[in-house]
Ligand binder design. Structure first.
Ligand code: GLA
Length: 678
């Protein structure tokens, strides 16, 4: 049973300091106590929920080992709170522990106080709920930056991490400044694309028999550039003549100026095409396999989605601008393809905003978009005319997560509308389906996805099907069988280290369920200017954390959906999204997902096989201090001399016989590809 303690008592140390300052003259008198909860705690990055001032992460009174505290900061592992002290701090004091709200013995958290250059200045033992609060006392003289860290070594579940009675004493007036991320120089590693042509689009694509195909040959290099394709299936066969000639609508056509391949193919089979891209400086070729059959989405989707930037503020103009920017930024030349509208293209159930009001469906039940999207077909045509594909969003319940009209009992009609408008991608959420089925059985969890799968199968258009039910019922185990091309494995991501790294590094074990046409989806990218609404901000991930994000997602063969405002891409963000050797790791035709092959404290090595027999390997440092990370060939099943190439820098780093080691920045990565040495 919890013991009830009297409400807040002044902590001993500040009280003593106050007394001392009275006695000791002007220098000490100026000392100032800054309670942690009075700082800008919105800058706390954490793995789940929101930080709370003077309460636990679930909004209860802070309670550790039966002791209640009326002051403190309630967070959730893995969390970090970065404070710029300006070198003016004297000391830190707190009582730390796992909040009693999670129940005796639950949660595992290690608390750390990290100083300049990532030095761990103090660290708690491994703590669980029920353990008595542990005092964290630290002199801070000369320390410029202090980071409060609460980490769970394995799963973050129940990691309700409290910094009770936490304060920093300053030696003069002033306050610690909370930072959203480490202030690091944004070093661009991606080299400029070469002026000679290089083809970057997927090496394999699936299309269903008789369905429209659009494949843009993505190529970097100076313009003007022209395109050609050998062995492009024309749809004409030796027997065509016998039966009155070929069907002019069947067969593929390449536009030599734009590099777009369009058309349809009726005969199932694998067609091997050789693509050419030519400019004044040279010519590039690449083999493309077009697989006509039941499976589409053979490589993870590459594109943009409106949610992480605009959320409920999306409009058709913003979607068009994103498509424009996909072209003008040059990202289309690196293989980026989809322009996806998330929630809020539909009419809202009760919004006061007139642009979200209107009739929800017509007399025959067809969905009517809200006034911000007056012409869905026109919008799809606009996006297709740029050589891109377009996607949208719905939910199986009556309402979407944002409270807009969803597809319940209108699945076939909705699929027909999507096809008729010309949409190529559907993200299908779970929201409000809880009203129909509690989701407590596997059959119940699967049903809405089976229903929409059948609806999509009934229309004559290829629509990529992306499940978004946050991993319920271990969806990775059945997502492919139920017909998903991808499935979210987690809740929503945000642009914090706690969220991104928490999600990314939790994907280990899911790799056995990924393959061509069906991929795990750890949620969308949070680089560039994001905001989930009208007000955007630059991502709160530090530059090294952003390298980790993109490298890990590529290793995971994740769908890559850019979440930022495409019209405000800065050079660093662009460089993260346009490294062809890195993107090739994501788009590799084998469709393998990386697994963790080594774990050593805060460092991890993840690796996956690539089609040409090489391996992509990520050396990650989740710690706060730069460190050497090593991969042993034995961890990769390799023997003998190997050539190692740094993918971000696109440079060979040498040949190594047993292992490769690299210095990795805090929260950073070194991403390499390894081939047997010739
Ligand atoms: C859920 C999804 C998000 C987004 C919103 C839209 O939260 O996980 O990705 O689609 O719904 O309301």
């Amino acid at each position: 049973m919890k013991k009830n303690f009297p409400a807040w008592r002044p902590p001993l140390i500040p009280a003593l300091l106050a007394l001392a300052s009275l006695a000791a003259g002007p220098a000490l008198r100026a000392a100032q106590t800054n309670y942690l909860a009075s700082l800008d705690i919105s800058q706390v990055s954490q793995g789940w929920g929101e930080p709370y001032a003077n309460q636990s992460v679930e909004g209860h009174a802070i309670s550790i080992g039966g002791q209640s505290f009326s002051r403190g900061l309630g967070t959730h592992a893995n969390s970090q709170f970065i404070l710029d002290l300006g070198g003016h701090a004297d000391s830190f004091s707190a009582r730390v522990g796992v909040d009693d709200e999670v129940g005796q013995g639950n949660g595992t958290v290690i608390f750390k106080l990290v100083g300049d250059d990532g030095k761990v200045l103090w660290q708690s033992k491994e703590m669980h709920a029920g353990d008595a609060p542990v005092p964290a006392e630290l002199p801070l003289t000369g320390v410029k930056q202090l980071t409060l860290v609460a980490e769970s070594p394995d799963a973050i579940d129940y990691g309700h991490a409290d910094w009770a009675d936490a304060y920093i004493v300053y030696n003069k007036k002033g306050r610690p400044k909370a930072l959203s991320s480490f202030q690091e120089e944004a070093v661009i590693l991606t080299p400029h694309p070469a002026p000679r042509p290089r083809i970057n689009s997927a090496k394999v694509m699936g299309v269903r028999p008789g369905h429209e195909l659009l494949y843009t040959i993505a190529a970097t290099g100076d313009r003007p550039m022209t395109f050609a394709a050998e062995h492009l299936p024309t749809g004409r066969h030796w027997w065509s003549g016998l039966f009155g000639g070929s069907d002019p609508k069947v067969g593929l056509h390449l536009d030599p100026q734009t590099g777009r391949i369009t058309g349809t193919l009726k005969m199932p089979g694998t067609y091997k095409v050789t693509l050419h891209a030519k400019n004044a400086l040279g010519e590039a070729t690449r083999e493309l396999k077009i697989v006509v059959g039941p499976q589409i989405g053979l490589t993870p989707a590459l594109g943009w989605n409106s949610w992480n930037c605009f959320a409920s503020a999306v409009t058709a103009e913003k979607v068009k601008a994103a498509a424009d920017a996909m072209v003008t930024s040059g990202l289309i030349n690196h293989g980026w393809t989809y322009i996806n509208i998330d929630d809020f293209w539909e009419v809202h159930r009760d919004s006061q905003d007139p642009t979200l009001q209107g009739p929800q469906r017509d007399a025959s039940g067809h969905i009517i978009p809200n006034p911000r999207f007056p012409d869905m077909k026109g919008l799809a045509d606009y996006v297709h005319d740029k050589g891109l594909r377009i996607g949208l969003y719905s939910s199986p319940g009556p309402w979407t997560c944002g409270g807009c009209v969803a597809s319940w009992q209108h699945e076939v009609l909705d699929a027909q509308s999507y096809a008729q408008w010309g949409f190529d991608y559907l993200k299908y959420d779970w929201c409000s389906y809880g009203q129909i089925d509690k989701g407590d059985t596997l059959a119940g969890l699967q049903k809405p996805y089976r229903v929409m799968r059948a609806a999509l199968d009934s229309v004559d258009r290829d629509i990529l099907f992306s499940f978004c039910q946050y991993g319920m019922g271990e969806v990775w185990k059945w997502g492919a069988e139920v017909g998903g091309n991808s499935w979210r494995t987690t809740g929503d991501i945000n642009d914090s280290w706690g969220s991104m790294a928490g999600i990314g590094f939790r994907q280990n074990g899911h790799e056995v369920y990924a393959g061509p046409g069906h991929f795990n989806d750890p949620d969308m990218l949070v680089v560039g200017k994001v905001g989930w609404g009208p007000n955007l901000h630059p991502t709160h991930l530090s530059p090294n954390e952003q390298y980790t994000h993109i490298s890990l997602w590529c290793l995971l063969a994740a769908p890559l959906l850019i979440g930022c405002d495409m019209t405000q891409l800065d050079p660093f963000t662009l460089s993260l999204l346009s490294n062809d050797e890195v993107l090739e790791v994501d788009q590799d035709p084998l469709g393998h997902q990386a697994a963790r092959v080594a774990l050593n404290g805060q460092t991890e090595v993840w690796a996956k096989d690539l089609e040409d027999g090489s391996k992509a390997v990520g050396l990650f440092n989740r710690g706060y201090e730069k460190t050497i990370v090593k991969v042993n060939w034995s961890d990769l099943g390799l023997k003998g001399k190997q050539t190692v190439r740094d993918l971000w820098r696109q440079q060979d780093v040498g040949q190594f016989s047993d292992s490769y080691s690299a210095e990795v920045a805090r929260h950073g990565v070194v991403l390499v590809r390894i081939w047997p040495a010739k």
